[in-house]
Write a new protein. Structure first.
Length: 662
């Protein structure tokens, strides 16, 4: 039977709170479990004594996670909006995870499960994509908090096989994310993986997809609260350097929970107010032969933002990669690269206002004017108070006081979209183009309908103890606005209308007798707590090799979605996939600007390797070519400064462009 519960309004209050908020936010129902009950040495018997496969009554929390009554209305509203579309939308995505062969499951620490607290563990995990074995197909490396990271080889036709070895599994670590990049210019992608206080790891690829642990030799074993690793060549010497994003100290010093993770600090989300908890991000210079050295101080890049992610970008078009650094609890930072020798902070000068709770970033040309725009997602502003489904396109009504924000009223409380100009300045236009959404983590950007305009998939939503939230898919309406399309294109509702799953079990007669849910709802028999499913990271690439783009996700405490597009079956599509091979520049060509010219249009992309929230991949650039357009030339500005024009051999679907002059 199902065990339905009634939820008191204050018990659905977001948990991303701090003691500073006082009466502004209600104390979470779920904070009533003592830390002592979850230490490793007392963890025995935490799970209910019922067999793991025994069927227990469902305890959905909140009540409507199993059947959100607003989903159908949202779907109908989106379907009714198609009259606004100037772009092709008559195609669908279907979740074919069960047919893909992928059995990976993301697993979480108890701070995001039965003992949920407001701590950064619920930010989840990223993923990375590259052709690790040189067979021409893109493979996937998934990361998880508990259990093993896994590498899945693309066997073709939408099928994958497990290529994980014990070396890269990191089964005894609390994983965060990973990055692929050819750091030694030998023609294969190497792998960098981050963990929470378990040391980061660097693996060298032998060219066949077999990875050797070279962490010590590379000097990349920093241990802290790391997040993403951004590879870019800041000094244009042909070697990829690394910017390591560190969040800040959000765990307790010596207390550990089940699985060996460090328990989250009770006041983690006010950590930015305590300077002693700041954790500097690190700029590593590649010295060659996969050895790196910390040059943060030398280059003037000593940033203490609470940073989950960052993006290289050549904002002033001087040929040197600058850096936009996200701050999930305050102002973002922008550092200008001065000829590869130092970075100068010009944050408020160039970006007077930024999102207060930035999570993800992508730099791309939204309106095909040849100028790069910046899209930043903001999760934490949305967590300042509960918001109903009908207000998800609105900016947050910030309920946290300035004593928490520390931004002098100069913040954007929601997503930001900075429209680039020819003068190097930016105009924030997120609301006017429809770039706002709810509970966003990060974006994957690509031309999903092959019409020449880049679209966006935003990995979104929360999980226990919050209501269900949808993933957002934004079709680009010819550079004028984004159109909400997740229901139109079959991304929502999820496979089998699934909005919740079992999260954990409670035994009121055993170790869980003092759990807040047991006490507050007078539970007397074991139950299975069901909570909302949700996505954290994504990547977009052609899984099947049929020419259209598909979406792979890393879902929190769940298996991935493998959202396969049927665009190639619904329409005749033309496209050009461009792979770059640097010679003087880094072999991946990261940092290169590629311009594709047809008879009527000019399309511009920057090859930055950012493929989704926390994730860094090595994938070809995909250019949709609408209405049978023929490519007349491709221009590449390489990081070395070389300007290359290719005007032959462009009638194929895929081309490899090699930098001249080696």
């Amino acid at each position: 039977m199902n065990f339905w519960i009634g939820i008191k309004p204050q018990q659905n209050t977001p948990l991303h709170t701090s003691s500073l908020l006082g009466s502004l936010l209600a104390v979470s129902l779920l904070a009533a479990c003592s830390d002592d009950s979850r230490k490793v040495e007392t963890a025995a018997g935490v799970d209910a004594p019922a067999p793991a496969d025994a069927e227990l009554p469902k305890f959905p929390y909140p009540e409507d996670v199993l059947n959100p009554d607003w989903m159908e209305a949202r779907k109908q509203l989106q379907l009714a909006s198609v009259g606004q579309f100037r772009v092709f939308h008559d195609f669908q995505f279907e979740d074919l995870a069960s047919k893909s062969g992928i059995t990976f499951r993301n697993q979480i620490v108890e701070d995001s499960g039965r003992f949920h607290k407001a701590v950064h563990y619920d930010h989840g995990n990223g993923m990375a994509v590259a052709d690790v074995d040189g067979d021409g197909s893109l493979d996937i490396y998934f990361t998880t908090q508990l259990g093993s990271n896994e590498l899945w080889r693309n066997a073709g036709g939408g099928k994958f096989e497990n290529l994980t070895t014990p070396t890269i599994a990191l089964a005894d670590k609390i994983g965060v994310t990973a990055s692929f990049a050819d750091t030694d210019n030998d023609g294969d992608p190497d792998l960098f993986a981050t963990t929470v206080r378990g040391g980061n790891h660097f693996f060298e690829n032998d060219g066949t997809g077999n990875f050797m642990d070279k962490t010590v030799e590379a000097s990349l074993g920093y241990s802290g609260h790391s997040s993403s690793g951004i590879f870019f060549d800041y000094n244009n010497d042909g070697l990829l350097d690394l910017f390591l994003c560190n969040v800040g100290v959000y765990t307790k010093e010596n207390e550990k929970g089940t699985g060996g993770y460090y328990l989250g600090a009770d006041d983690a989300f006010s950590g930015h107010l305590k300077p002693e908890r700041n954790e500097q991000s690190i700029l590593y210079r590649n010295e060659g032969a996969n050895t790196f050295v910390d040059v943060s101080k030398e280059c003037g890049l000593e940033d203490y933002s609470w940073t989950g992610d960052a993006s290289p970008l050549d904002l002033n078009q001087d040929g040197w990669q600058d850096l936009y650094i996200l701050n999930m609890q305050g102002h973002d930072e922008y550092y200008e690269n001065v000829e590869g020798k130092k970075f100068v902070r010009r944050s408020r000068e160039v970006f007077p206002k930024t999102s207060w709770g930035s999570m993800g970033i992508k730099v791309f040309d939204f309106d095909n004017d040849g100028l790069m725009d910046i899209y930043v997602s903001d999760m934490h502003s949305d967590m300042s108070q509960p918001e109903g489904p009908n207000r998800e396109k609105n900016k947050a009504e910030m309920k946290w006081p300035e004593s928490m924000l520390q931004s002098g009223g100069m913040s954007i409380y929601g997503n930001s979209f900075f429209k680039g100009s020819a003068h190097g300045s930016f105009r924030e236009v997120s609301d006017s183009i429809g770039a706002e959404n709810y509970w966003p983590w990060g974006m994957s950007v690509a031309d999903l309908n092959a019409d020449g305009w880049d679209d966006v998939f935003v990995a979104s939503s929360m999980n226990f103890p919050f209501r269900y939230g949808v993933n957002t898919l934004l079709l680009n309406n010819q550079g004028k606005q984004f159109l909400d399309s997740e229901f139109i294109l079959g991304v929502e509702p999820r496979r089998d209308n699934r909005t919740a799953k079992p999260w954990f079990r409670l035994d009121p007669k055993g170790a869980d007798k003092d759990h807040a849910l047991v006490v507050d709802y007078n539970l007397t028999e074991p139950v299975e707590v069901w909570a909302a499913v949700g996505t954290r990271s994504s990547a977009i690439f052609d899984i099947e090799g049929d020419g259209d783009l598909d979406i792979i996700t890393n879902d929190f405490n769940d298996g991935p979605m493998v959202l396969v597009s049927n665009l190639s079956e619904k329409a005749t599509i033309r496209y050009l996939k461009i792979s770059l091979r640097g010679t003087t520049s880094n072999r991946d060509g990261l940092g290169a600007t590629v311009k594709v010219t047809t008879g009527t249009h000019l399309y511009t992309k920057v090859h930055d390797g950012l493929s989704g929230y926390l994730s860094h991949s090595v994938m070809p650039l995909y250019f949709g070519l609408p209405d049978g357009a023929q490519v007349t030339k491709v221009e590449v500005r390489w990081p070395s400064g070389t300007q290359q024009v290719v005007d032959e051999g462009l009638d194929q679907k895929s081309v490899l462009i090699e930098e001249p002059g080696a």
